[in-house]
Design a protein. Structure first.
Length: 152
């Protein structure tokens, strides 16, 4: 087991095969390429995307279908290539392709970024933040009802 330093949970063990590579980084964090998903049972359905190189960098996420059950994913050629998927493929969310929305929590509301989801090609552990230009989705989709506690 490998060790991961985190800001909120101290040192955690993780399987090295669970590491996720972001070949392009994440917009605003282009130098960050290695992350791991952390799920804490009391905080379900939240999923934490923890940097393996920076203990202070952790994104709070939710599976997009929790926020928007009919969510439709659109990937550009560059994202497909970074994920290791054929350019002609129209991928859909499922066991091979996970899709997470980054959550923003403030004192007035909780929102999810549906415009730029985190997309993970599960078999090869590669991911991108796919900015879906021209989409009707919002980067501040209000979340009114989640059947789990949201940390403050």
């Amino acid at each position: 087991m490998a060790k991961c330093e985190t800001k909120y949970w101290g040192q955690l063990d993780y399987d090295e095969n669970a590491a996720i590579e972001f070949p392009l980084g994440i917009p605003g964090f282009e130098h960050e390429h290695r992350f791991v998903l952390i799920e804490q049972r009391p905080l379900d359905p939240l999923v934490f995307l923890q940097s393996l190189d920076n203990p202070n960098l952790c994104f709070v996420t939710l599976h997009v279908r929790i926020v928007c059950p009919e969510y439709r994913l659109q990937l550009c050629e560059q994202d497909l290539e970074a994920l290791g998927l054929p350019a002609a493929r129209r991928p859909s969310i499922g066991p091979q392709l996970a899709c997470l929305a980054i959550v923003h929590i403030d004192e007035n509301e909780v929102t999810a970024n549906l415009l730029a989801p985190i997309v993970i090609h599960v078999p090869v552990r590669r991911a991108v933040q796919a900015i879906m230009a021209g989409s009707d989705y919002s980067h501040q989709h209000r979340i009114d009802n989640i059947e789990a506690p949201v940390c403050s």
